[in-house]
Structure formats: structure tokens, C-alpha cells
Design a protein around this ligand. Structure first.
Ligand SMILES: NC(=O)c1ccc[n+]([C@@H]2O[C@H](COP(=O)([O-])OP(=O)(O)OC[C@H]3O[C@@H](n4cnc5c(N)ncnc54)[C@H](O)[C@@H]3O)[C@@H](O)[C@H]2O)c1
Ligand SMILES: O=C(O)C(=O)C[C@@H](O)[C@H](O)[C@H](O)COP(=O)(O)O
Ligand SMILES: [Zn+2]
Length: 356
């Protein structure tokens, strides 16, 4: 029988649990113990859930509504939140809670990391992408004109709540976006994920299905194992960026109107092509990328004329060292590695696979 709540521990200097289940409100009071108040950040679609979370915390709650999706992930919105915390005498024992998808949890985490140089933070993730990725691992931040997530901090949460019931109201396209990160985990570390998606593509996006729950838990375990040993991305953690170098460049070019998971999906095709064309990845595993992403309906192509702009945007990727572009590639299924300083002609040939 499926357990009511699955606890996945994330190790490191400040270990914490990621809870996956249904109706997790009862787990909140222990995470905010000692707080005189909490601040609950949310965007309009999650108001009702934010109010439930505020009630469940068991201490007075300051509800802060922020703009939805990427529009909320800005320095200006973070400053609005800081002002609000200041007005309410928010102290070091108080707790910031983020209720929403990855955009709200990234923002709330950054507000918590920067307020008084760091207060407790609890992400209550309501999107698939947030559960399997954004809420886990302590990467917090906002976007700026120069690029995606360029301002932020590593700030591990006190605990993470992933209430699967919230997926019932998540728009189908956002669920699909989350599946891109799940599939990424399949390619870099856990091929059973790929088997499950290929065998049951409909169940993989059905919030009531045990298949989706298994995918959520598997993807969280992949991330937990990585960030537990390399919080600050000094090595191993880079593998979680598979598909993101081009993905973030697409998001920037689209002025953050594309869903992150959709951009990552296209980025996975590019990263796989780079792996294959540099002689590191076999043709079968390379072809499997397009096949599984298209099976579930994720995008796998992008505009040919965008290449010069995308190449420029990729130069400010966080994995770049001096002027050397670095990409996460595969040396085989579940064997991630780094490709540093590829020839521009190789990059162009890989991008040609994205435009077809
Ligand atoms: N910190 C990290 O490690 C990390 C990892 C992956 C992604 N991210 C970031 O996460 C963001 C993407 O997250 P996302 O895909 O969750 O997008 P999102 O947060 O923009 O949410 C997508 C949409 O779904 C709505 N929504 C969320 N949950 C809902 C629910 N239960 N019911 C109804 N509507 C709901 C949101 O309000 C929004 O309109 C990006 O900014 C990305 O950079 C961060
Ligand atoms: O947690 C990580 O590390 C990741 O790279 C996970 C990514 O899915 C995520 O989108 C992350 O926010 C990207 O981080 P960035 O440092 O490239 O902005
Ligand atoms: Zn991502």
C-alpha cells in the first residue's frame, strides 16, 4: 500500500525533509516552531491554498500577494516583500512560507535568504515542477534583464511540503512543464523514470495516478542525492542543469513568457545533440530524448533565426568559466559529464537538430 506521507531526507550541513503526500497541513506547525509570525507569499491563483496554509501554521500570518509566475520573480517584487516584512517587525525567529509553483518558491526563498541575512523558509510547492525541483535544494533567486536567476542565494529550506492534492487544479500545460524536469532526472540519473513515462504517458500526467506519485518521488530522490552532497554547485550539482544552458537562453529571448519546463525540453534536445555529435552519446539514447519528450507533448524545436541571440545569452550561464562555455552532456544513459569550450561549429550543428 502507498504510504500516506513519504519523507525524503536531504543531507548536508542543514538536513531537512521533503514530505510528499496528501493533506500535509498538520506538518506545518513543527516547521515554524518558535516563530511569533509567518509571512505567506503567494500569487492570485493560489489564494485559497495560501489562506489554508496560513491557518494551519498556528501563529499570526502576514499574507503577501505577489504577481503570478515569472512576473513575480523580480528584484522589485522582492523589495516589496522586504518592505512588508519591515512594516510588520519580522524577526529572525519568524518564518517565510512560499505557497505556489517554482516562481513563488524561488522568490520566497530569496526573500527569506536576504531578510536579516537569512530567516527560516518553508516552500509549500503546488506545481509538479516545484515539487520535483524548485522547492528542493535551496537554490533561490530572481531574474534580471541580463538573464535567468542571475541574482539569488543558496538557502536550504527548513522543510518542504509537496501536497499532491494541489496538482488537481494545476493547468495541464504546467503539469507537462514539470514533466520535462522529471524526464531530465531520468536521463541524468534514474532511467526507470523514462521506462515509466514511456509505458504510461497518460498516467504520468494524471494527478490521481500512483505513476505520477512514483515519478515525483523518484525525481525528488535524484535531486536530494545530488544537493545533499553539493549544495553550492561546486561540481556534481551541475548535472541538474542538463538542458538548461539553451533552455535559459530561450526563456530570456522569450522575455520569460515561455514556461521554464518547455524551454528545458527544447534545451534537452540541444544537450543530447551536443553529446551525440561530440561522440560521447550513442544514437539510440540520443533519439530517445526526442521520442519521450514528443510522446508526452513537450516542445522539441525552436526558431532557426534565434541562434545568434541564444549563443550570446548562453555566455552568461552560471556554468561558464572565464570565456569558456560549459555544457552538461551525457556519456551514456545516466552518465552525465561536462563538455567545456566546444567549437562554435559543433554548437551550430547541435542547434540545427533543434530547428528541424
Ligand atoms: N530553485 C530551483 O532549483 C529551481 C528548479 C527548477 C525550476 N525553478 C524555477 O521554477 C520556475 C517554474 O516553476 P513552475 O513550473 O512551477 O511555474 P510557476 O511557478 O510560474 O507556476 C506556473 C503557473 O501555475 C500556477 N499554479 C501553480 N500551482 C498551481 C495549482 N496547484 N493550481 C493552479 N495553478 C497553479 C501558477 O500560479 C502559475 O500561473 C521557474 O522560474 C524556474 O526557473 C527553480
Ligand atoms: O537545482 C539545480 O541546481 C538545477 O540546476 C535545477 C534546475 O532545474 C533549475 O532550473 C535551477 O533553477 C537552475 O539553476 P541555475 O543556477 O542554472 O539558474
Ligand atoms: Zn529547471
Amino acid at each position: 500500500m502507498t504510504p500516506v506521507v513519504t519523507r525524503i531526507q536531504v543531507g548536508g550541513d542543514r538536513p531537512y525533509d521533503v514530505l510528499v503526500g496528501r493533506d500535509l497541513a498538520g506538518d506545518l506547525p513543527s516547521l515554524v516552531e518558535g516563530a511569533a509570525q509567518v509571512a505567506v507569499l503567494f500569487a492570485a491563483p493560489l489564494r485559497a491554498r495560501a489562506e489554508q496554509v496560513a491557518e494551519a501554521a498556528g501563529v499570526p500570518a502576514l499574507l503577501i500577494e505577489v504577481p503570478d509566475a515569472e512576473r513575480g520573480k523580480t528584484v522589485e517584487v522582492a523589495a516589496m516583500c522586504w518592505d512588508s516584512l519591515g512594516e510588520h517587525n519580522f524577526t529572525r525567529t519568524d518564518v517565510v512560507i512560499g505557497v505556489g509553483g517554482g516562481a513563488v518558491t524561488d522568490l520566497s526563498g530569496y526573500v527569506a535568504a536576504s531578510w536579516l541575512r537569512g530567516v527560516r523558509w518553508v516552500p509549500c510547492s503546488t506545481s509538479l515542477l516545484g515539487m520535483v525541483d524548485a522547492a528542493v535544494g535551496g537554490k533561490t533567486g530572481v531574474n534580471i534583464a541580463a538573464g535567468k536567476n542571475l541574482v539569488g542565494a543558496f538557502h536550504p529550506p527548513a522543510g518542504v511540503l509537496c501536497d499532491l492534492d494541489s496538482l488537481r487544479t494545476l493547468p495541464a500545460d504546467d503539469l507537462l512543464a514539470g514533466l520535462a524536469e522529471v524526464i531530465k532526472c531520468g536521463f541524468i540519473a534514474d532511467p526507470v523514470i523514462l521506462d515509466l513515462v514511456e509505458r504510461e504517458p497518460a498516467a504520468a500526467v494524471d494527478p490521481e495516478s500512483p505513476v505520477l506519485r512514483e515519478l515525483v518521488e523518484r525525481a525528488i530522490r535524484v535531486k536530494a542525492e545530488v544537493v545533499g552532497v553539493d549544495l553550492k554547485e561546486s561540481g556534481l550539482r551541475e548535472i541538474l542543469n542538463y538542458g538548461h544552458t539553451l533552455g535559459h537562453a530561450i526563456e530570456k529571448r522569450e522575455k520569460y513568457t515561455w514556461k521554464h519546463g518547455h524551454a528545458v525540453s527544447v534545451g534537452l534536445i540541444f544537450a543530447s545533440a551536443l553529446s551525440h555529435l561530440s561522440g560521447r552519446l550513442d544514437a539510440e539514447t540520443h533519439a530517445r530524448h526526442r521520442a519521450v519528450l514528443e510522446l508526452v507533448g513537450l516542445p522539441t524545436s525552436y526558431a532557426e533565426e534565434a541562434w545568434p541571440e541564444l549563443l550570446g545569452a548562453m555566455r552568461v550561464d552560471k556554468k561558464t568559466r572565464a570565456a569558456t562555455l560549459r555544457f552538461v552532456v551525457l556519456d551514456g544513459l545516466a552518465k552525465p559529464g561536462i563538455l567545456a569550450g566546444p567549437e562554435e561549429s559543433l554548437l551550430e550543428r547541435a542547434y540545427a537538430e533543434v530547428t528541424r
